[in-house]
Write a protein that binds this ligand. Sequence first.
Ligand SMILES: Nc1ncnc2c1ncn2[C@@H]1O[C@H](COP(=O)(O)OP(=O)(O)OP(=O)(O)O)[C@@H](O)[C@H]1O
Ligand SMILES: [Mg+2]
Length: 292
Amino acid sequence: MSTMDSIVENTLLPRKDFGEAWDAIKVEGSVKQRLLAQSVLSLQLRERYSFELMPVHGLIVLTGPPGTGKTTLARGLANQVAKALGSVRYIQLDPHALGSSSLGKSQKEVSKIFQQTIPEFAANEPTIVLLDEVETLAADRQKMSLDANPIDAHRATDAALAGIDLLCRTHRNTLLIATTNYPKAVDRALLSRADWIEDIGPPNAEARREIIHDVLGLLAKHWPQVGDLKKDIASFVTASDGMDGRRLRKAITAAGAISIEIAKDLNKLKADHVLATLKRAAAQADVQGDAA
Ligand SMILES: Nc1ncnc2c1ncn2[C@@H]1O[C@H](COP(=O)(O)OP(=O)(O)OP(=O)(O)O)[C@@H](O)[C@H]1O
Ligand SMILES: [Mg+2]
């Protein structure tokens, strides 16, 4: 396997679909503003000062439970930065593809990513790298048990940290955005390098209202009577308390599968169907939450 296999996306931004990602995620406006300002500031400072004077790593970390929009928001953020700067190269890394830790393989591949692959891109243009599910790349060395190749996994984390340190000194036009479900499984040395950590929680009532409004609006483009359900949004918002954004989007659409007749013609979808589906999904989310 080559390090190129771990690059799951490589494109120039801005791009329309990335812009849609930014708009799709409903979080408090201040969160989006902060993330964008932090990204732009970090690139500005790093362009003008050496790391020694201004120890800005150009690393932003998004933490939070599954399905809260971290990956989507990160992609959207890259697009907003590209719009602010003109254009940027965007690369998405899948740390899972960096090979197993057996035979020191992942250590070598991790080093290569930071010392060769990313610098090659960054030589030509500002580059934003998404390190999705970064707990795989920089697993907490303190929590490594003695059984599963701890030494090699240890070295992979060392290589990631050393790679990030070198990259942020030598390539001042890179920005790393990392996401994780398990901040506790991420090595503390990685988190300490972050210029900003944003904890993205499940959507609040206002965000849920926006998500539901969005989904109903999308369905109403093809089945206009779905639009009538917007008058019942308040009850949907209450019924979806505690659900993550992914589940909520799915649950609203899943209401259309309550019968074949409705699946064929969503104009027949009624508020009761949506409520019943939401309550069921919320109960399942509760059970999972308890188990976690
Ligand atoms: N706050 C939100 N507002 C609107 N939609 C959301 C929100 N959170 C999640 N979604 C929906 O869920 C989808 C999946 O989100 P995404 O994959 O970005 O979540 P994630 O936090 O990265 O999850 P995971 O931790 O499982 O990787 C998004 O494309 C979006 O449709
Ligand atoms: Mg994700």
